[in-house]
Design a protein around this ligand. Sequence first.
Ligand SMILES: [Zn+2]
Length: 295
Amino acid sequence: MRKAVLLIIISSIVAWAQTSPLSPEQRATFHGRQSEAIEPFHIVGNIYYVGARNIASYLITTPEGHIMIDTGTKEMHDVVRANVAKLGFKLQEIKILLSGHAHFDHVQGHAAMKKATGAKVMAIGEDARALSAGADLSPLGDEGWEPVKVDRVLKDGDTVTLGGTTLRAVWTPGHTPGCTTWTTRTEEKGRAYSIVFQACGGPNAGVKLIGNTKFPKLVEDTLRTFQTQKALKPDIYLPMHPESYFAGKVDRIKSGETPHPLLDPNAYAKLIADTETNFQKRLQEERAKASTSGK
Ligand SMILES: [Zn+2]
């Protein structure tokens, strides 16, 4: 049963990505399902899940206020607010809003969350431009959002520090021109964990790779991103569409199982290797098509 559901989800994601646009009704159903409420939970150290069924929002708590990574779709704004409260945290204590990449399913809630919290929005240059324009400036060119003021524009390697917690912005373009892999460290039961928030896979399916006028450096940037990511080697990575990744593990995480159910120092390297293989295959297919069409 679970496998069947998963297959439907995967095939609908593939279908959405490849044949986009879906009919407005199909699209609403797809994103509506991903934005559905689920119970928030403590992940590890000072990191909590406050997102929806398959669109993440992560809360990193500190004694001087909190940091939120991703606010999700506009439909899930109330879900995220309620989840923060359910965990016993105050919305007004969120001081900083970050994002993995400027696509509507991750930043559409930014403007409302900034209004509700007064938090400072920070993002890497290329994504900051999209955030403040209220438009998806990546090759996907999907749905936009209410423009949001970016209080601090970051560059590769910049750090964000609050209450003793530091996050580092690793510029990993490809999925969007400003795609950002956030890294941090946390501790639990005397053990330190290096954490990666994984928001930057390859470009969306269906996006033209070679000579993309919206993102001319897409191919070289994406290939460099894979090298950057391979060097990160986190103990735990946390994805932005986590439903299948968390499946079967949430209860174990909640019960405090050791070793931590998400602890797998090889998992991230494998994910990146698979993503790179897929990207190389797409590149080859695109080159083959270009040569048979006589170009
Ligand atoms: Zn995206």
